[in-house]
Design a protein around this ligand. Structure first.
Ligand code: HEC
Ligand code: HEC
Ligand code: HEC
Ligand code: HEC
Ligand code: HEC
Ligand code: HEC
Length: 431
């Protein structure tokens, strides 16, 4: 009769458990867009859609052809492949659905796309299956600037992980139990003294297991602690939904409204400020609806934009029919995007007017942004790097010319960086 050594069983099982947990967590953490679209690539689909279909189709509104969002739910896949590759062929062949569709659209002819592969069409359909952009919620947004919206999904992941872990522990006990049963049924001997041993003693006695677990715990906590420390207060890319959808692309880009028209205090004062609704109404008394180019690809269309202008009227208390103010205003609480901690001093006019730094240098291509997002990290390192690299513009500035002479002697250079002028002194930014 062979003797099976069961002493290693708990440690082998724990290793297995560890491996499974790790795999689970990596897959959970790296769940990506592909999962949402079932494998097809909605981003590639968007490009194909814009190149081939956008001339006649929009996602949410009828154009020459019907609105295409959710079209996969109307027809089966094979029918869609044939239709898109050769719609007229299908009409001529007498396919009932095709004939009706063609008649319903006043016999307008859809281009055939024999060159598109089924894969291409899958991508396009994945794009038409993306959910519509949710309209901004009613005015209720609070001031702060730290919510990134990730908290909820992270909590779900953590809860899922905890559940998986518990399940695995339960399985471990079941497996041990079953193995013991099999062992005794087959008459295999295993050291009885382990039977009565509490699980924690088995654990503590197995030094390898203790070591693996400690290393795992240490690495995990270091990872989270590091991630936490590096993320605190860094909101790069933060782009909250605003109470009124305000497109910088339409205003500062398409219509070339100067940044300073709305953010006029950027030149004169420490803060740049958000314009009051009066500033908006200077133009919007006369601009009640949107007739510019639509961003159909993102689902922003005339109806959406008109609705947003209506929100502006509602907030400013402007009665469009009577063309007068009702006096009932509702303040718009714009969510603040950029937000330095109170202990750091930053002055716009110093940078914009004195130093002549372009808004875009710090805020990125705002005139191309449908929704403004934080472009720069706004960390101390970011401020300091620019101060190290940028030369002070001394031309025509008597004050600087004097300092310049003295300092350039001291450093033996003709160009002075802000750092050399004292831009790295703690007291300049902290007080
Ligand atoms: C020249 C204009 C035109 C272009 C370009 C075009 N379509 Fe169409 N499409 C139509 C018209 C018009 C209809 C309505 C049926 C008809 O009249 O033939 C239609 C119908 C459809 C339908 C059926 C929609 C429904 O709700 O019943 C689908 C799906 C479709 N098109 C997909 C595409 C895709 C995908 C592309 C790009 C690869 C594309 N179309 C490019 C004009 C166009
Ligand atoms: C027609 C008025 C208007 C114009 C022109 C305009 N903005 Fe704005 N800007 C706003 C409004 C309203 C907000 C607040 C809503 C938002 O964040 O989208 C804002 C927000 C911002 C923010 C984010 C503020 C925060 O909360 O941290 C930045 C940065 C900004 N604008 C930069 C610019 C730059 C750079 C330009 C020129 C390219 C510009 N803006 C032109 C009205 C305007
Ligand atoms: C200098 C003139 C001007 C000012 C100031 C202005 N707008 Fe506009 N706004 C326009 C123009 C032009 C359009 C585009 C109209 C079109 O293309 O038909 C527009 C479009 C819009 C739209 C629809 C597109 C979008 O961005 O969602 C909204 C909403 C809007 N403005 C809100 C505002 C708000 C809020 C303010 C004040 C912070 C403001 N506007 C200030 C000229 C202005
Ligand atoms: C040297 C970098 C830099 C430049 C140049 C710059 N900004 Fe800023 N901007 C910032 C920083 C940093 C903040 C955050 C300030 C804070 O939280 O106190 C900010 C905040 C803002 C805000 C939010 C409201 C406020 O005042 O805090 C607006 C709006 C804004 N900037 C617009 C502009 C415009 C318009 C220009 C160009 C005329 C411009 N900025 C140029 C760095 C810059
Ligand atoms: C794009 C480059 C750039 C960035 C980013 C930048 N600065 Fe500056 N900063 C300048 C320039 C250029 C000057 C010189 C202004 C002058 O000529 O007085 C300056 C000057 C200053 C001064 C005055 C220094 C003195 O010697 O009087 C302070 C304070 C300052 N910056 C704070 C900040 C802070 C805080 C940040 C980060 C939130 C920041 N800066 C980010 C370019 C930058
Ligand atoms: C050019 C401006 C500037 C100068 C000079 C500067 N700081 Fe900062 N510092 C900042 C900004 C901006 C923050 C906020 C960064 C953030 O929120 O991530 C900051 C944050 C800090 C923090 C908080 C920790 C952190 O990184 O968030 C400490 C501590 C600090 N600074 C110390 C110093 C000391 C010490 C000096 C002098 C050697 C100094 N700073 C010089 C701009 C500056």
């Amino acid at each position: 009769m062979k003797k099976v050594n069961f002493r290693n069983l708990p440690s082998q099982l724990s290793l297995l458990l560890l491996a499974v947990t790790l795999t689970f967590s990596t897959t959970l953490f790296s769940q990506d867009a592909a999962a949402e679209t079932g494998g097809a690539d909605a981003v590639a689909g968007k490009a194909l859609f814009n190149a081939n279909c956008a001339a006649c189709h929009k996602l949410d509104k009828k154009a020459t052809g019907p609105a295409l969002r959710g079209v996969v739910d109307k027809y089966d896949q094979a029918w869609l492949y044939s239709w898109i590759k050769d719609s007229q062929g299908m009409v001529k062949s007498g396919d009932a659905t095709a004939v009706v569709l063609f008649a319903e659209n006043n016999n307008s002819v859809m281009t055939s796309f024999p060159a598109l592969s089924n894969g291409d069409i899958d991508n396009i359909l994945a794009y038409t299956s993306t959910p519509p952009p949710s309209p901004p919620p009613p005015i209720e947004v609070a001031g702060g600037g730290n919510g990134t919206g990730d908290g909820v999904s992270n909590n779900i992941i953590l809860a899922a992980l905890a559940l998986v872990f518990l399940l695995l522990v339960a399985m471990l006990f079941l497996v041990t139990g079953t193995l013991k049963k099999i062992a005794s049924a087959n008459g295999v001997d295993y050291p009885v003294k382990e039977k009565g041993l509490p699980i924690w003693k088995v654990f503590v006695q197995n030094q390898f297991l203790v070591m693996v677990c400690s290393i795992f715990l240490l690495l995990a906590s270091a990872y989270f602690a590091y991630g936490y420390v590096m993320q605190v207060g860094v909101d790069q890319g933060y782009a909250p939904v605003q109470p009124i959808h305000f497109s910088h692309k339409i205003h500062a880009g398409d219509n070339k409204v100067d940044c300073n028209y709305c953010h006029s205090s950027a030149r004169k004062s420490k803060t740049s400020g958000i314009p009051s609704l009066n500033v908006c109404m200077n133009c919007h008394k006369n601009i009640a609806d949107y007739n510019g180019e639509e961003d159909a690809a993102n689902g922003y269309d005339k109806a959406f934009y008109d609705g947003e202008i209506a929100k502006l009227y509602d907030a400013a208390g402007w009665d469009v029919d009577e063309q007068k103010y009702t006096g009932e205003t509702k303040p718009v609480k714009w969510t603040r995007i950029h937000n330095l901690p109170d202990f750091a001093y930053f002055n716009h006019s110093q940078h914009v007017t004195v130093a002549g730094v372009d808004c875009q240098k710090c805020h990125g291509p705002v005139e191309e942004m449908e929704i403004v997002e934080q472009f720069a990290p706004l960390t101390m390192g970011w401020c300091i790097n620019c101060h190290r690299e940028t030369n002070v513009d001394l031309k025509g500035n008597e004050y600087y010319e004097k300092i310049h002479e003295e300092l350039s002697k001291k450093y033996g250079v003709d160009k002075l960086t802000i750092a050399q002028m004292g831009g790295l002194e703690c007291g300049k930014c902290h007080y």
